[in-house]
Every structure is written in C-alpha cells, then in structure tokens.
Design a protein around this ligand. Sequence first.
Ligand code: HEC
Length: 170
Amino acid sequence: MRKGEKGIFALMAVVVVGFFFINQHRHAQEEGEDPGIPFYSTADKALQDAGAKLYKKYDCRDCHTIWGVRNPMQSVPSPSLDGIGSLKTEEWLFEYFSAPNPQEILPSRLKAEYQMPSFADLPEDERRTLARYFASLKVEDWYLEEVKKSEYEKLTGRSYQEKLDAEAKQ
Ligand code: HEC
C-alpha cells in the first residue's frame, strides 16, 4: 500500500466510526433516553439508617415495598411506599402512624388482618422518625402523575381521568 492510500483508508475509517456514533446518539434521542429510577430520598444518612431500622423492626416490610424490593414471603396487597413523601406530608404521616384506627384516616377495602395496623403505641420519637423518613421518599414529577392515578384508582375504584375531567369542568 502506498502512503497516500493509507491516509485515505484512515480517513474513511474515521468517517465510518463517526457516522456510527452520530447515528447511535440520534437513535437514543428518538427513542427517549431511559429516564432512570424515579424514586429518591432527601434524607441524610442518619435519617435513612434510622428509618430503615424501624421499617425492619416493626415488620413494615412484611406488607410493604420500598425501592421496589419486595419480601418474597409477602402476600398482602399493600401499597408500595416508594415516593410516598411526594403524596403525603410529614404531618399527615405522623397522624396516620399515631392513629388508634388508621382506617378512619385512610379507608381500607381489605380484610382486617391485611389492613394497616395501628402504631399509636410506639414511642413518639419513633413515630416522628418514621414520618420524617417516609416524607423524605420522593418521586420525580414525570412519574408522580402515574403514581397519583394508580393510588386514586386503587383506593376509590374509580377512573382518575374522569376525576380530572370533572375538575376541569368546575
Ligand atoms: C399487616 C400489613 C401491614 C403492616 C405490617 C404495615 N402496613 Fe402500612 N399499610 C398496609 C395497608 C394494607 C395499607 C393501605 C391502607 C389499608 O388498607 O389499611 C397501608 C398503608 C400505609 C401507608 C399509607 C400509604 C398510602 O398510599 O397512603 C403508609 C405510609 C404505611 N402503610 C406505612 C407503614 C409503616 C411505616 C409500617 C411499619 C411501621 C407499616 N405500614 C406496616 C399494611 C401494612
């Protein structure tokens, strides 16, 4: 191969590889890049540890999921708590955990044995830690509407779209 030919081949290689990368990039943009996991916590390490400890200690994980992790023995159709802090405030959570009858706050359609138990007997600082921890579990905005929709439909059995339409008419 002569010197000039080598140069041309090298140039062609660069052009081909370049096109390949540009194409890949365009493809990723068209498909909409994977936006990733929509859940995150605003808690510092200390609160995350304290919350996780109580979550374990009081067997919340027997019924609930967080970070998409489900106890394989879990059989209760309980709500996932991922992103719960974007739906409920810390005050609401504290009242809920302190209620002698949580179903007065959040009605249940489940059998009594599957319903959210009362944690009113826990020491106040533990109820506060739980409330602060779960209030810190947030969900990205783009996912929030979907969470609201499924939450609403699960709790009421009605269509979320109809609710939005009715609100828009008011
Ligand atoms: C026996 C199963 C069970 C256990 C144990 C349990 N929960 Fe629940 N929880 C439920 C169910 C079911 C609901 C939905 C309301 C209902 O049906 O009573 C619920 C609702 C909730 C909600 C409100 C969710 C929402 O979407 O508004 C929060 C927050 C919560 N639980 C946190 C906890 C925490 C924290 C613990 C542990 C300290 C815990 N739960 C233990 C079954 C359970």
